[in-house]
Design a protein around this ligand. Structure first.
Ligand SMILES: Cc1cc2nc3c(=O)[nH]c(=O)nc-3n(C[C@H](O)[C@H](O)[C@H](O)COP(=O)(O)O)c2cc1C
Length: 310
């Protein structure tokens, strides 16, 4: 068994967290990851609600034997502070405050006795998280699916590990045992996997998302603001989203345009236009497989590799 600070502290049997993924990670996926010995997280994106958090938490709790996490988008909390209370009310194993300064929110969650985690994209972000009292730092590289920063996972992870005494996890581009072994060997206490889980039957999303992911190679993603503009999601400009390329990105990513024009051209029901957020690990996802099997396989192969080099 791969034992790290993360497994000991959260009572896991594998050092893997199923990433919070807005629109794709609900209670069924989170529960499946937890049932496999990891920690599954709900992606409580800006467009979800306190009611969604309550309903999906119940599903995750039931399916995962009680353990699950909730991932909030920090920048959006001032317009919807009830999301923090809703997350606290569910007493999850961990709450993630990602993308933005967690000051204030982290203290409230800590007072409720719930550990906090924050995905960061630079050492500066990490310092803000440290000052806010966050318990676990996630170095999230630009390879990651969904919203992320500009620095790649390996350089960011090395920088963050050298800069903090807090436990550090890695996210972005990890989809096999090789990736997990690499970040554990570097000093991370575990990994968040997102893209690796997106072809699982437990993930939610439009019907075209899985076939498009299976067909995608690692070069078929783009780091772009166009889907936020298309869906009127007011993300701060320092975080674009990594998505699979399609007709829509071909038309608008380089050319740009005003938000109303971009939004008018968007149709989420059209497989050639609708967004499929996914990372560069898309090229490593080649079959539809249950989430629990993926988690167990990544952990087993990482252990095998690390033993070989121990
Ligand atoms: C479809 C999708 C949606 C995401 N939504 C969120 C989100 O709502 N909140 C969040 O903190 N991170 C979100 N992320 C980022 C993940 O938490 C994680 O950092 C990322 O998936 C790790 O990289 P990987 O996709 O290469 O495994 C999302 C990622 C994906 C693929």
């Amino acid at each position: 068994m791969l034992e790290t600070w993360l497994t000991r502290e959260l009572g896991l049997t594998v050092p893997i967290i199923g990433a919070p993924m807005g629109g794709r990670a609900g209670g069924v996926l989170a529960g499946a990851v937890s049932a496999a010995g990891g920690l599954g997280m709900l992606g409580a994106a800006r467009y979800t609600t306190p009611e969604w958090i309550a309903a999906e938490s119940a599903v995750a709790r039931e399916a995962g034997g009680g353990r699950f996490g909730i991932g909030l988008q920090t920048w959006s909390l001032p317009e919807n502070p009830a999301m923090v209370d809703a997350a606290i009310d569910q007493r999850p194993t961990v709450i993630a405050l990602s993308f933005g300064d967690p000051d204030g929110y982290a203290q409230r969650i800590c007072e409720a006795g719930i550990p906090t985690m924050s995905q960061v994209n630079s050492v500066q972000d990490m310092r803000l998280a440290e000052q806010a009292g966050i318990d676990v730092i996630v170095a999230q590289g630009t390879e990651a699916g969904g919203h992320t920063g500009h620095v790649a996972t390996l350089p960011l992870l090395q920088e963050i590990l050298d800069a903090t005494d807090l436990p550090v996890l890695a996210a972005g581009g990890i989809a096999t045992g090789r990736g997990l072994a690499a970040v554990l060997a570097a000093g991370a206490q575990g990994a968040l996997i997102g893209t690796a889980l997106l072809a699982s039957p437990e993930a939610v999303g439009p019907d075209y998302a899985v076939p498009r992911l299976l067909a995608a190679r690692s070069i078929d993603t783009v780091y772009t603001p166009v889907f936020d503009q298309a869906r009127h999601q007011p993300w701060p400009q320092r975080w674009f989203g990594r998505a699979l390329t399609n007709d829509f990105t071909a038309k608008f990513h380089d050319a740009g345009g005003d938000e109303d024009t971009i939004a008018a051209a968007y149709d989420g029901a059209d497989p050639d236009v609708g967004v499929v957020y996914a990372g560069q690990a898309a090229g490593l996802v080649n079959a539809e497989r249950p989430a629990g099997e993926i988690v167990a396989d990544i952990a087993a192969r990482a252990e095998e590799l690390l033993r070989r080099y121990a």
